[in-house]
Ligand binder design. Structure first.
Ligand code: DLL
Length: 431
C-alpha cells in the first residue's frame, strides 16, 4: 500500500509496538548469523530474548562506518549469498568502498518506501519522472527508479550528466518531476536559461532533491530557476538508500519512515541520547531489512527530530534539514564551520549564484578561509566599485554569521566546476 495511514498516522504507542516487534526479530537474526554482532552483544551481556521493547534500544551497541569496512565485503550479511539479489556501494573517502546487499524482500520494501516518499511530495501515477541521479553502484538512480515505478509513475531513467540531452528530453517528453542532487538541479536550471528554453516549454512541477546538504536559500533559488516546488529526500546506502525520509507539502522537516528505520539523536561526544528538538548526530536502526540490518548506525549527519503531528496528518517523526556531516565540519581557527552555513549567507544575496567553493589553507600555523563565489550572470559587472561593494557585503555577513573572517573572491559566471552528482564544496589544503 503506497499511502499507508495505518503506519504514517499511527499513534506513538502503535508505532512503538511496530518497532518493538521488528527490533526483537531483527536481534534474533543478527545474533544467530553475524559473528560481529554476536560478539558485541555478548560483550554487553545481552541475549536477544532480553530485548522486548524499543525502549531498550539505548542499551544496544552502535555500528560505525568503520565496522562495515572491517567486515568488508560481506561480513555483516545475515543471509547466504544465494538470497542476495543486488549490491550497491558507496565510495569512501579513503580505501575500500562500503558494500551493501539486498534480498528480494529488501528491494520490495525499498521500492515501497520510495513510492511512499514520492507520494508525500504529491507525485502520482500521472507524473513523468526524470531520474537524473546516477545509476550504478550509487543508490540514487535505481532507488528512485524502482520507487517511482512502484508508484506507477512514468520513469525516464536518464541517469546523471549529459546536460543537453537532459534538457531536450525534459522538454520533448514533458517531464513533470526532476529527481537529482540539488547541485545538479542548479546546473540544469542555469542551462535552461542559457539555452533560451522558456518556462512554458517545461511541464516540471516537482523537484526531488537530496544526497547532499542544501539550504532553504538554495531551495528558494531552485524553485525560482525551475518553476517547481522543491522537496528534500534523505537517505544513505548503509541504511537502504534514498527514502529513509522525505518532506511532505508542508515542508517542515522530513518524515522518517519510522516503521522501518528507528531514529535517535545522540551527542556525538558523550553518546548520550538527546531529547526531541536538540541538535545532534542522527542514529538509525533499519529494523526490517533482511540482508544487512544494522544496529544503531551512526550516520554522522547532524539534525534535530520533532515528534508533533504534522499539518498533513502524519505522525511520523520529522528530521530537520541536515546541517552537515560531523566529518565535513571544518574547524577554522578554532571555529566550527559547515559549508551549509556559508551557502545560507551567500544565497541570501540576489547577486550570487548557487555555485561556490571553500578553500582552507594553513600558513605559519594560521588557518585561512577563502570563499570563491560566482556572480549571477545578470549582475556580473566590470565596474570595480560595484564588485568591491558586493565583496565587502559578503565578507561582513560571513563575519557576523560564522564569527570568522574570510577572503572573498568573486569569480565570473560559470567559472566554478559544475557537478553532475554530489558537489565538492570544500578544498582543504591543510590535509
Ligand atoms: O546519498 C542516498 C541518496 C540518494 C539520498 C539520492 C537522497 C537522494 P550515500 O551516497 O550513501 O547515499 O550518502 C549518504 O549523503 O549520510 C548524508 O550525509 C548525505 N545526504 C543524503 N541525503 C541528504 C539530504 C545517498 N537530503 C550521505 N540532505 C548521508 C543532506 C544528505 N545530506
Amino acid at each position: 500500500m503506497i499511502w499507508n495511514p495505518s503506519v504514517e498516522c499511527a499513534s506513538r504507542e502503535q508505532m512503538r509496538e511496530i518497532q518493538s516487534q521488528c527490533l526483537t526479530s531483527m536481534l534474533e537474526r543478527i545474533y544467530k548469523s553475524v559473528p560481529f554482532y554476536r560478539n558485541k552483544l555478548q560483550e554487553k551481556g545481552i541475549e536477544p530474548g532480553d530485548i522486548k521493547s524499543v525502549d531498550q534500544l539505548k542499551d544496544l551497541p552502535f555500528t560505525l562506518k568503520n565496522d562495515l569496512r572491517d567486515n568488508y565485503p560481506f561480513g555483516l550479511f545475515t543471509v547466504p549469498q544465494a538470497d542476495i539479489v543486488r549490491l550497491h556501494a558507496s565510495s569512501g573517502t579513503s580505501g575500500k568502498p562500503t558494500v551493501v546487499g539486498y534480498t528480494g524482500n529488501d528491494i520490495a520494501m525499498w521500492s515501497e518506501i520510495v513510492a511512499r516518499s514520492l507520494a508525500m511530495a504529491n507525485v502520482t501515477q500521472q507524473d513523468i519522472i526524470q531520474v537524473a541521479y546516477g545509476y550504478g553502484l550509487f543508490t540514487g538512480g535505481l532507488g528512485l527508479h524502482y520507487g517511482a515505478e512502484k508508484l506507477g509513475a512514468l520513469v525516464i531513467p536518464i541517469s546523471g550528466g549529459n546536460t543537453k540531452k537532459q534538457l531536450q528530453l525534459m522538454v520533448d517528453l514533458g517531464s513533470t518531476v526532476l529527481a537529482c542532487t540539488p547541485s545538479y538541479a542548479a546546473l540544469l536550471g542555469e542551462s535552461i536559461a542559457r539555452e533560451g528554453i522558456r518556462r512554458e516549454d517545461l511541464r516540471l512541477r516537482v523537484g526531488v532533491f537530496g544526497a547532499e546538504p542544501w539550504t532553504e536559500e538554495m531551495r528558494a533559488q531552485l524553485q525560482q530557476l525551475l518553476g517547481i516546488k522543491a522537496y528534500d529526500i534523505y537517505g544513505l546506502s548503509e541504511i537502504i538508500g534514498p527514502g529513509v525520509s522525505m518532506e511532505c507539502e508542508h515542508q517542515c522537516g522530513n518524515h522518517i519512515n519510522e516503521d522501518h528505520f528507528i531514529p535517535e539523536i545522540i551527542d556525538p561526544k558523550t553518546l548520550e541520547i538527546l531529547p526531541y528538538g536538540e541538535l545532534g548526530e542522527l542514529v538509525l536502526t533499519p529494523v526490517s531489512k533482511e540482508a544487512m540490518p544494522l544496529l544503531r548506525f551512526r550516520t554522522r549527519d547532524l539534525t534535530r527530530l520533532h515528534a508533533e503531528t504534522c499539518a498533513c496528518g502524519r505522525t511520523l517523526v520529522r528530521m530537520e534539514k541536515c546541517l552537515g556531516r560531523t566529518d565535513d565540519m571544518l574547524i577554522i581557527r578554532g571555529v566550527n564551520v559547515f559549508p551549509s552555513q556559508v551557502e545560507s549567507v551567500l544565497l541570501e544575496l540576489a547577486e550570487t549564484s548557487p555555485h561556490y567553493q571553500l578553500i582552507v589553507s594553513r600558513e605559519n600555523n594560521l588557518d585561512s578561509l577563502e570563499i570563491k563565489v560566482e556572480i549571477d550572470e545578470q549582475f556580473w559587472s566590470d565596474e570595480v566599485k560595484q564588485l568591491e561593494a558586493l565583496k565587502n557585503r559578503i565578507k561582513s555577513n560571513i563575519q557576523s554569521v560564522l564569527g570568522i573572517s574570510a577572503t572573498i573572491r568573486l569569480v565570473e559566471p560559470r567559472s566554478i566546476e559544475r557537478s553532475e552528482g554530489k558537489a565538492k564544496r570544500v578544498i582543504d589544503n591543510r590535509k
